[in-house]
Design a protein around this ligand. Structure first.
Ligand SMILES: [Zn+2]
Length: 89
């Protein structure tokens, strides 16, 4: 076998290996994308479910700003949810 034929064969193998590697990478990326999409859907459903449970008065914080309170520290326990942050009724 002459040197040119040998190099051409090595090049063909490198190109085939590169193609196989790219296909495997694409397959694995697709699997990660599907997994991430499932997590996103789960998070969206949990957020939607949670939003219906959150106290509308304090938005789930359990505390509200005191009337006339200028400072962020001036808060008091939310009287609507009794500080739970959850819509109780
Ligand atoms: Zn509340």
């Amino acid at each position: 076998m002459d040197i040119i034929t040998s190099i051409i064969q090595k090049r063909a193998k490198a190109m085939a290996d590169k193609k196989a590697y790219a296909e495997e990478a694409r397959r694995r990326i697709n699997a990660y994308d599907a997994e991430i999409a499932a997590y996103n859907e789960a998070i969206s459903k949990l957020n939607a479910a949670a939003s219906s449970l959150i106290c509308p008065a304090c938005h789930g914080e359990g505390v509200v700003k005191m009337p006339g309170g200028a400072d962020k520290q001036d808060t008091e326990t939310c009287s609507v949810c009794k500080g739970t942050g959850i819509k109780l009724t």
